[in-house]
Design a protein around this ligand. Structure first.
Ligand code: ASP
Length: 448
């Protein structure tokens, strides 16, 4: 048996029907290193379709209200029946669904109900691949308050998985000491995959989905953007935070701590290499100075000025305290010689604007408060921006040349990101301009 171990997680669209199960089987069989498989519950097959997890949650809501949930349960049964029939598998589906129905009628529990999609999918997948089924209720340990117990999970998972040659693990849930099921947040099967990869110190965590990796820009704005071949964990975090979401952020965090590379792959196009997320680039890979561009609309900027604020009076700290007391998060903060500038999400700012400004006036007695609304924030991300140290300056020059007003600029010392504020109505133009700049400065365009 091969020495290397790959943990492969397949998301909702990858397990949506029998045809997708067959693709997974081919993918798994094509590489003997893929010994540990993690699955989500069946997702959407077409845009108007419903995810099995959503149907299960509907059952729960109705059961709690004392309403009939038989229509939803029937749809769930049909989804799994199509899979087992399509694969010609004998599987006790009706018995399993009967247990769920009974629990919903006698003592409905949200997390237990929501977890049954992954449970059934993993059992069917294990039978189909002839792998051992691993129920995470035995090895993903939650405390009774619903928080993951990471240390215990790591030990228990390691002890459960390492003796097995091949296994399918249900994603999305675990259990506490009393056996009560707890789920992660929505999209949490990514976390299960990452926990499994970390517990057994896998060589690679593959995350199979329905896109061929991370795009360098939003395909809704830029036509056919390039897929990024390599990016760092830090770059992924920034791009995801700013809206490019393919992977749950907690999953990235644990894999990055253990330095396990993550490979985003497409179940429908397994021939594509996808995006590799690593700490350091492999030798010889020449990277674009700009990895990707992403952003968000709906931002507001507050600028507070007071002469002599940098005299150690604690002005900036007081300003941040005001936000902290109100639990008002900010996207970033810039302190100048006599001023502090904060970028805040407009939906959060709007709901407390008048009170907040009053409090700032009372507490800080500023000389000036300026507000700018309807802004968008764009992150130009590139760990290797230093390779071409003037890339950031040239990005800004490009925006200016295109007549796009730049309201705020923030470049951290780490040079990971350039954060640029532009008016909302120029957001798409700005993203396209930056993407164009990226392509013109790609290693290929520069003759590498
Ligand atoms: N099935 C769960 C959800 O729909 C978890 C997952 O797919 O990762 O959120």
């Amino acid at each position: 048996m091969s020495e290397r171990i790959v943990v492969a997680k397949f998301g909702g669209t990858s397990v949506a029907d029998a045809a997708q199960f067959r693709k997974i089987s081919e993918i798994v069989r094509s590489n003997p290193e893929r010994r540990f498989i993690v699955v989500s519950a069946p997702g959407k097959r077409f845009s108007a379709d419903r995810k099995v997890t959503d149907l299960l949650l509907d059952c729960y809501e109705k059961a709690v209200r004392g309403e009939s949930f038989s229509a939803e349960l029937r749809l769930i049964r049909l989804r799994f029946k199509e899979i087992t029939d399509g694969l010609d598998l004998r599987f006790p589906l009706d018995e399993e669904l009967h247990i769920l129905e009974k629990s919903l009628k006698t003592n409905p529990q949200r997390d237990y109900t929501a977890s049954r999609g992954e449970y059934l999918t993993a059992r069917i997948m294990a039978a189909y691949l002839d792998y051992t089924f691993v129920d995470p209720a035995w090895c993903i340990c939650f405390d009774e308050d619903g928080q993951l117990n990471s240390a215990m999970t790591s030990r228990t998972m390691q002890a459960s998985l390492l003796p097995l040659s091949h296994a399918v693990i249900a994603g999305f849930y675990g259990a506490d000491m009393t056996g009560r099921i707890h789920t992660f947040e929505r999209g949490g099967s990514d976390i299960t995959g990452s926990l499994a990869a970390c517990a057994i110190n896998a060589d690679l965590y593959e995350n199979w989905t329905d896109v061929s990796g991370l795009y360098a820009a939003d395909p809704a704005i830029v036509s056919k953007p390039e897929t990024v071949a390599y990016m760092s964990y830090r770059e992924l975090r920034t791009l995801s935070y700013m809206g490019a979401s393919v992977l749950h952020s907690d999953a990235v965090l644990s894999a990055s701590r253990m330095e396990i590379p993550i490979n985003i792959r497409n179940t429908n196009k397994p021939e594509k290499a996808g995006t590799m997320i690593v700490r350091h680039l492999p030798a010889g890979v020449v990277k674009n100075p700009i990895t990707g561009v992403s952003g968000r609309k709906g931002m507001s900027v507050i600028q507070v000025e007071k002469v002599m604020v940098s005299d150690g009076s604690g002005f900036s700290a007081l300003m941040l305290d005001i936000l902290k007391e109100r639990n008002l998060p900010f996207e970033y903060c810039l302190t100048g010689i006599d001023s502090i500038t904060l970028v805040i999400r407009s939906d959060l700012f709007e709901s407390c604007k008048d009170d907040l400004l009053e409090e700032i006036r009372q507490t800080l007695q500023p000389d000036f408060i300026g507000i700018r609304e309807n802004l968008s924030l764009i992150a130009v991300t590139g760990e290797k921006a230093t390779e071409s140290s003037d890339a950031n300056v040239r990005v800004l020059a490009q925006l200016t040349k295109e007549g796009i007003e730049i309201s705020t600029i923030n470049q951290g010392a780490g040079k990971l990101n350039l954060l640029i504020g532009v008016p909302e109505e120029r957001y798409e133009d700005a993203v396209r301009a930056i993407y164009r700049f990226r392509q013109e400065n790609s290693p290929a365009a520069r003759g590498h």
